[in-house]
Write a protein of this length. Structure first.
Length: 129
């Protein structure tokens, strides 16, 4: 029930079906039977039944929820540390859709706002340009 309340709030703020909808749709299409989709955004209600068609798991962790509900924030840190460990071991692979030097930050921002990006946008700051 809590996730539905968060989803309704996110939809109202985002003015659309919710954050990450396109990426989540793609992940649900691509997940193997008995596989797992991991997300840090709420599950949109219309796709809530889709993972079960493949006997797949859908796991998400809402950032900021712990502080809103006065829950131990160290638990959130432990959850993110566990995901980081899985990534380091190669079990979870973050998708970087594009990488921009810091001098092209405006272009990167436009790409994000277009809603057509796949994966994360990385900003390179080491070269100082």
């Amino acid at each position: 029930m809590f996730s539905l309340l968060v989803l309704r709030r996110a939809r109202g703020l985002a003015g659309r079906s919710g954050p990450g909808q396109s990426a989540l749709d793609q992940a649900l299409d691509a997940v193997a039977p008995m596989g797992t989709v991991v997300s840090i955004v709420p599950t949109p209600a219309p796709v809530a039944d889709r993972p079960f068609m493949k006997a797949a798991s859908l796991v998400y962790h809402v950032m900021g929820a712990a502080s809103n509900w006065r829950i131990d924030q160290h638990a959130q840190g432990r959850a993110l540390a566990a995901v980081a460990a899985l990534a380091e071991q190669g079990h979870v692979r973050p998708v970087v859709g594009a990488s921009y030097p810091v001098r092209e930050l405006a272009q990167a921002h436009r790409a994000i706002e277009s809603g057509r990006t796949v994966g994360k946008i990385a900003i390179r700051v080491a070269d100082g340009r």
